[in-house]
Design a protein. Structure first.
Length: 166
């Protein structure tokens, strides 16, 4: 069980601080909920059941796990699925998986594809740009906390890695 003041990772909301634990009624059921404040979406108040069997709350990455994750960005891009509908379906599955490694690999692939297309005077599709713009800051924030660096420093390191072997 988390305590008030704990920092956790909450899937697509990113890093959240537990502001309180309170009894709430949702869908006709009263139970204890964590009251969360997302650093990525500061105006949004989130509630997560304390006793959830399928909790989306995770501990923030350890330093070693974060360093391992940074290594994903030194690797070549993953396979680019030719059929766009299949590709987008696979990307959605990956983003909903809550698997940091798969998400980092996806962001690496999209970043490298964006760079490759820019060298050809082309642009990455808006739907893929949106994935990068939404999920990169969330991952960078968690990496920054785990590595005790600023988000900007983490983003610069990732940018350097992805530009090296395109």
């Amino acid at each position: 069980m988390y305590q008030v003041g704990d920092v956790t990772f909450y899937n697509v909301y990113g890093i959240c601080k537990i502001e309180g634990i309170e009894e709430r009624e949702f869908h006709g059921q009263t139970q204890l909920y964590y009251v969360l404040n997302s650093t990525h979406y500061p105006t949004m108040k989130l509630y997560h059941p304390v006793d959830s069997k399928n909790s989306n709350l995770k501990k923030v990455l350890s330093k070693d796990a974060a360093l391992s994750l940074m290594e994903c960005f030194t690797q070549p891009a993953g396979e680019w699925i030719e059929h766009s509908n299949t590709r987008m379906q696979q990307f959605k599955v990956t983003l909903n998986s809550n698997d940091h490694v798969q998400i980092a690999q996806l962001l690496n692939t999209l970043s490298r594809k964006k760079i490759q297309l820019e060298t050809e005077d082309k642009k990455l599709s808006p739907q893929y740009l949106q994935i990068l713009q939404k999920h990169s800051p969330i991952l960078c924030e968690e990496l920054a906390i785990a590595l005790h660096l600023s988000k900007e420093v983490v983003q610069k390191k990732i940018d350097t890695f992805t530009r090296q072997a395109v």
